[in-house]
Design a protein around this ligand. Structure first.
Ligand SMILES: [Zn+2]
Length: 249
C-alpha cells in the first residue's frame, strides 16, 4: 500500500513536471509572439513609406525641433513672438494657424481658451517650483517632489513653451462647456492646422510626460497629418523621418 502510494507520488511528480515544462514552453511561445509582434510593428513603421511631399526639408526644421528632457533648447535659442489680444505669446510663424484653429472651433460651437503659451526660462522655473511645492504639500520629500513635478512640468530649457511652439488650451467657461468637449474637438481637428496633441496617454513611456490633453504643439501641417494618421508621438515620427541610411553611419 505504502509502496503503491509512493509510486503514485512519483507519477504525480512526473505529471506535474511535464505540466510545468509545457506551461513554460507555452509562456515562451507567447513571449516570442509578443516580441515578433513588436518587431513587426517597428518594421512596418520603417518600411511603410511616408509621402515624399510630407518629408521635411531643412526649411521646416524650426517647426520640427525636438524639445524634451534629453534634448534641451540651445542656449542661443531665440524666437520672434506675436502677442495675442489676451496677452499670450506665440511664435509669429505659428500665429495664423492658431488663430484659424480657434476661429473654426468657435464657428462649430466650441469654446477654447489659451491657459498657457510662451514662457521664459524663469517662468518655466516658477512652473516647476510650483508643481514641486504641490507635491511637498502632499507629503513628498523635496527630492521625490522634484521627480514627481518633472513629469508635469519640464526643467527650464526642456519645455516646448519656451520655444513659443506650444499652447495649453482649455475651455473658456467650464460652467457652460466642459473642457473635455474642447479637448475632444482638438484631438480630432488640431492636425488640420499643424498642431499635435503632444503628450497622449499611450506615449508616456516615450515622452516622459503624463497625459496632457490640453498641450498642443505646432509641427506644421504635413507632420501633424502623419503623426495623427499613424498614432505616433513626435519622438517616434522624428525617428522615422530622420533615419540615416546604414551605409553612411
Ligand atoms: Zn503645456
Amino acid at each position: 500500500m505504502m509502496k503503491r502510494k509512493h509510486k503514485f507520488g512519483c507519477t504525480g511528480a512526473v505529471v506535474i513536471a511535464v505540466c510545468l515544462a509545457a506551461a513554460a514552453i507555452a509562456v515562451m511561445k507567447l513571449t516570442d509572439i509578443g516580441a515578433f509582434a513588436r518587431i513587426k510593428t517597428e518594421i512596418s513603421l520603417i518600411v511603410d513609406p511616408i509621402d515624399e511631399a510630407n518629408v521635411s526639408s531643412k526649411d521646416d526644421d524650426w517647426q520640427l525641433i525636438l524639445i524634451n528632457a534629453d534634448n534641451p533648447l540651445p542656449d542661443d535659442f531665440s524666437v520672434e513672438l506675436t502677442t495675442l489680444a489676451n496677452g499670450h505669446k506665440i511664435d509669429s510663424r505659428v500665429y495664423p494657424y492658431l488663430q484659424q484653429m480657434f476661429d473654426d472651433a468657435r464657428s462649430q460651437g466650441i469654446m477654447p481658451a489659451i491657459s498657457s503659451s510662451y514662457r521664459t526660462r524663469d517662468e518655466q522655473q516658477s512652473e516647476l517650483d510650483q508643481k514641486k511645492e504641490e507635491f511637498i504639500h502632499q507629503g513628498y520629500s523635496p527630492a521625490a517632489a522634484l521627480e514627481a513635478a518633472k513629469t508635469w512640468a519640464a526643467l527650464p530649457g526642456t519645455s516646448e513653451h519656451q520655444a513659443g511652439l506650444a499652447v495649453d488650451i482649455t475651455g473658456a467657461d467650464a460652467s457652460v462647456q466642459s473642457p473635455d468637449i474642447v479637448w475632444n474637438w482638438l484631438k480630432s481637428n488640431a492636425h488640420k492646422y499643424g498642431f499635435i496633441r503632444r503628450y497622449p496617454p499611450d506615449k508616456v513611456g516615450i515622452t516622459g510626460i503624463n497625459n496632457e490633453p490640453w498641450h498642443f504643439r505646432y509641427v506644421g501641417k504635413a507632420a501633424a497629418e502623419e503623426i495623427y494618421k499613424r498614432g505616433l508621438c513626435l519622438e517616434e515620427y522624428l525617428k522615422i523621418i530622420r533615419r540615416t541610411p546604414s551605409a553612411s553611419r
